[in-house]
Write a protein that binds this ligand. Structure first.
Ligand SMILES: [Zn+2]
Length: 197
């Protein structure tokens, strides 16, 4: 099945691997990363990776929850194989709940999840590093077999327990595919230090 890389304007078109920043289940001291970060300039178009149905929309981050957060949103798309993709840290959303989404369809824009002016020495270290690297906007992508019912340990794409939530999948392999469209040609540029330093 044809799939699209979700952020054609991302700095890097490779999925962050185990042990690198933004990779799945990256240990962030007291929390673990539930998804994969694809860094891109603010307002970069976000495309549906594959066909599906939009089953949920919600707030993802807000300065009312954490001072160093900006307002961003997430959407949940049920893919044809039944797995559920969460596209998060979006600034704008162009789809509605119940809508059928086609591969490559514009579904939103990358937001700026972090507010660098509010990040200081008291902020989590990984957040300070993102600020230092001028890496405050990205797509945060998660993949689920089933949506977890218990979300008490979940905040902003991280899980506050070393035991993975039931239903959460490692999206690394899911995001590694042969691009069947022209975006693949910009995809092979060398990854910038932006997301991995
Ligand atoms: Zn993330």
């Amino acid at each position: 099945m044809e799939k699209y890389w979700p952020v054609p304007g991302s700095y890097c078109h490779e999925t962050p691997k185990n042990g690198t920043r933004g990779a799945f289940w990256e240990c962030r001291k007291d929390r673990y990363h539930c998804g994969i970060d694809i860094s891109a300039p603010i307002d970069s178009p976000v495309l549906a990776i594959e066909n599906g149905v939009l089953i949920g929309i919600g707030e993802f981050s807000s300065p009312k929850i954490l001072p160093y957060w900006n307002q961003t949103y997430f959407i949940l798309i049920k893919n044809e194989d039944g797995r559920i993709s969460k596209y998060a840290e979006l600034g704008n959303i162009f789809v509605e709940k119940g809508e059928e989404v086609k591969t490559g369809q514009l579904i939103g824009l990358v937001g700026q999840v972090l507010n660098p002016d509010k990040i200081d020495a008291s902020s989590p270290e990984y957040v300070q590093i993102l600020k230092m690297n001028h890496n405050c906007s990205m797509l945060h992508f998660e993949l689920y077999e089933t949506i977890p019912l218990d979300c008490k340990k979940y905040l902003g794409g991280n899980w506050f327990d070393s035991r993975r939530p039931v239903g959460l999948l490692d999206p690394t392999e899911y995001l590694e595919f042969e691009y069947c469209h022209e975006e693949k040609h910009h995809g092979n540029q060398k990854c910038q230090d932006n997301s991995h330093s």
